[in-house]
Ligand binder design. Structure first.
Ligand code: PRX
Length: 651
């Protein structure tokens, strides 16, 4: 069955785009008709009224407020009649010799209902926060959807974050429940997740229960009264539900604007913020963008290589594909284990049709040459996608030639944790692609480019417009708040420019209206497609007792896109720089996680500062990028000599 709102031609894109901007309420109300509601927002025939209430001043953004639904009925129950035995999730384990698991929609329904019952049995109620810290196993999807089923707010934390990061997030969300695994496999490593949770819980008085799924059978400590085994709980819930007449857990009735989840992400300040997405708008947006960007067709297999710990996994492994009744392939491992042909093996083995990955992964696999592709049948591929960072032309061409064999459109999808789903992207095979360009906005998205003062950027003589990327209208998937601190949401995203959502990215627009994202214009780094705040890394480095002060900037990195360069003033107490460097790396790993470890640490005697004491990062950025001559205006520097010293010591 084809989906009526799936765009089939460029003309339809243009018509839908126009309608979505001129009459957003009518546009989204008609799409909303294709979902399962418990109570519809509008009496029949009044579509277009009160679908959206908004102002960017507070900000207040409500889509379909007053309507009720449960997202899991849209992601699971509604597919049971005709797709019950179709695979919802195909799970590919870390090691290729281990058994693949195929989770049909029927099975998914059963497991999610059981897990919702487990949550209920343990006292979880609608609105409670449940922190999920698991590896990429199907049980992670059951946990996420089980929370949504019962109306609890999930907060998934990526398995690479440290105990301290988890503790901060638990505290911020006041989460009372945790779901975790004993351990997780990542390539040849076993990550002891439960033990990290134990460290995070030292001194925590809020968490009542920790549910532990057995994956690696790593020895774990199980605290009586607090820690319980997933398997025991699921067995018990199964018996209970069967006694009540069958495995079904009634889906909680949620307001369209009830929070669905919190996902922490880095900004330009030291503390990550909890981005909040709500039920209906997020559901519509992930579903709509999934169907249109990837042009998903029934029966296809969609492989998004992200981790569910990031927004890409939330939107394009779980909610987008499942709400569309798709088959979503979930991969536990890493692209280079047991060898650099792993992705291509998976594509071949499962006859994957859509492959969605990060430029970092492409660049890293490129560096292994073509040998890992030998003998791999990639002919099932129809659409390729990239996300998370700008893609360089070389990587784009390699992907196009060697993976897509020049037959697959490549979608370059630009979006953010805050946007819920893709905002600027070509639509596979429908609208044109251009290497390095995200191209056109999705229906509902009206981007603008502005200068520092919020004035529209002018077009130059080459027909290009450059500026800071802002959006002037809400779309259903936009964030609603930052958890526990609405003012922070306002100042971060809606205060830089009046009545505009500020993305933090810079962009260029050409005369066709195509956008190219040039990268962050704030103090946020993008390392291997992961967002890391420079202030966050500095705070972590400064926690080391041997450090007096530090400044962190990004520099171009061949594989990661951006690398982390730290300039550090140490107190020289131990005299062994190499040891101090290692100590700093260890400290950052402990405070944030291994993903935030600087690639380079340069010890300096001073940092370039203005007379008012502000670090001039612009200069450090230039030096880290290898620029030694044109450092820009240095007249406001307190002590210009430090610059020479830093230049001479550059790593
Ligand atoms: O700078 C942009 C970059 O990633 C940032 C968002 O990061 P995060 O919230 O972690 O979400 C990543 C996955 C959606 C953006 O502000 N970014 C994301 N996609 C692209 C991109 N930069 C260029 N091209 C993209 N396609």
């Amino acid at each position: 069955m084809s989906v009526p709102y799936q765009i089939k031609s460029i003309e339809q894109y243009q018509a839908d785009y126009k309608k979505s901007i001129e009459e957003p309420e009518a546009f989204w109300a008609s799409i909303a008709e294709h979902f399962v509601w418990k109570r519809k927002c509008l009496p029949a025939g009044e579509a277009g009224k009160n679908v959206l209430n908004w102002n960017f001043k507070e900000p207040k953004i409500e889509w379909f407020a007053g309507a009720t639904l449960n997202i899991t009925e849209n992601c699971i129950d509604r597919h049971l009649a005709d797709k019950g035995e179709q695979a919802a999730i195909i799970w590919e384990p870390n090691h290729p010799d281990e058994r693949v698991r195929v989770v049909t929609y029927n099975r998914l329904h059963k497991r999610v209902c059981q897990f919702a019952q487990v949550l209920k049995n343990n006292g979880v109620k609608k609105g409670d926060r449940v922190c999920i810290y698991m590896g990429m196993v199907p049980e992670l999807a059951y946990a996420v959807l089980g929370c949504a089923r019962i109306g609890a707010i999930h907060s998934v934390i990526f398995g690479g974050f440290s105990a301290q990061s988890i503790a901060d997030r638990l505290e911020d969300a006041q989460a009372e429940f945790i779901v975790t695994c004993d351990g997780a496999y990542r390539g040849d490593k076993v990550i002891p997740l439960k033990s990290v949770i134990d460290d995070a819980l030292i001194g925590n008085k809020v968490v009542k229960k920790v549910i532990v799924y057995t994956r690696t059978r790593t020895p774990v400590s199980m605290l009586k009264g607090r820690d319980i085994w997933w398997e025991d709980e699921m067995d018990h819930a199964e018996t209970q539900l069967e006694q009540q007449g069958g495995i079904h857990f009634p889906a909680e009735e949620m307001d369209a604007e009830d929070p669905l989840f919190i996902l922490y992400t880095s900004g330009s300040t030291g503390k990550p913020k909890g981005v909040v997405h709500t039920s209906a708008g997020y559901m519509l947006w992930t579903n709509y963008t999934f169907l249109n960007v990837f042009q998903y067709k029934p029966g296809q297999i969609h492989f998004c290589t992200a981790d569910i710990g990031w927004i890409t996994g939330h939107s394009y492994i779980v909610y987008g594909p499942l709400s569309a009744g798709a088959t979503s392939l979930m991969f536990e491992g890493v692209p280079t284990f047991p060898d650099a042909g792993r992705f291509w093996d998976i594509v071949d083995k499962h006859q994957v049709n859509i492959l969605y990955t990060a430029p970092t992964a492409i660049r890293s696999l490129m560096s292994f040459g073509l040998e890992p592709l030998q003998g791999k049948d990639l002919s099932s591929l129809k659409v390729l996608g990239t996300v998370g960072e700008p893609i360089n032309e070389e990587a784009w061409n390699w992907y196009d030639e060697n993976i897509g064999k020049k037959k697959c459109p490549i979608v370059d999808t630009w979006w953010q944790t805050e946007t819920g789903g893709c905002l600027i992207s070509n639509l596979a095979g429908i609208t044109p692609s251009r290497p390095g360009w995200a191209t056109l906005p999705m229906p509902g998205i009206s981007p603008k480019l502005v200068d520092e003062n919020g004035n529209d950027s002018p077009e130059d003589e080459d027909g290009l417009t450059k500026g800071n990327l802002v959006i002037d209208k809400p779309w259903p998937g936009i964030l609603r708040t930052t958890w526990g601190d609405h003012e922070r949401c306002r100042t971060n995203y809606f205060a830089t420019y009046e009545n505009l959502y500020f993305t933090g990215d810079g962009a260029i627009k050409d005369e066709n209206g195509f956008y190219r994202i040039t990268g962050r214009v704030d103090d946020v780094l993008n390392v291997s497609g992961h967002r890391i705040g420079t202030a966050e890394v500095e705070n972590a480095i400064n926690m080391h007792s041997g450090v007096v002060e530090s400044a962190v900037v990004g520099y171009p990195h061949e594989i990661k896109g951006q690398g982390i360069y730290a300039f550090v003033i140490d107190n020289n107490l131990h005299g062994d720089e190499e040891l101090t460097r290692k100590d700093i790396l260890q400290t950052v790993s402990r405070v944030i996680g291994p993903i935030a470890k600087p690639d380079k640490i340069q010890f300096v005697k001073g940092l370039p500062k203005t007379r008012s004491g502000k670090i001039m990062r612009r200069i450090l950025r230039k030096i880290a990028e290898g620029e030694t001559e044109n450092l820009g205006d240095t007249t406001t520097l307190l002590d210009p000599n430090v610059v020479d010293e830093i230049k001479n010591g550059k790593l």
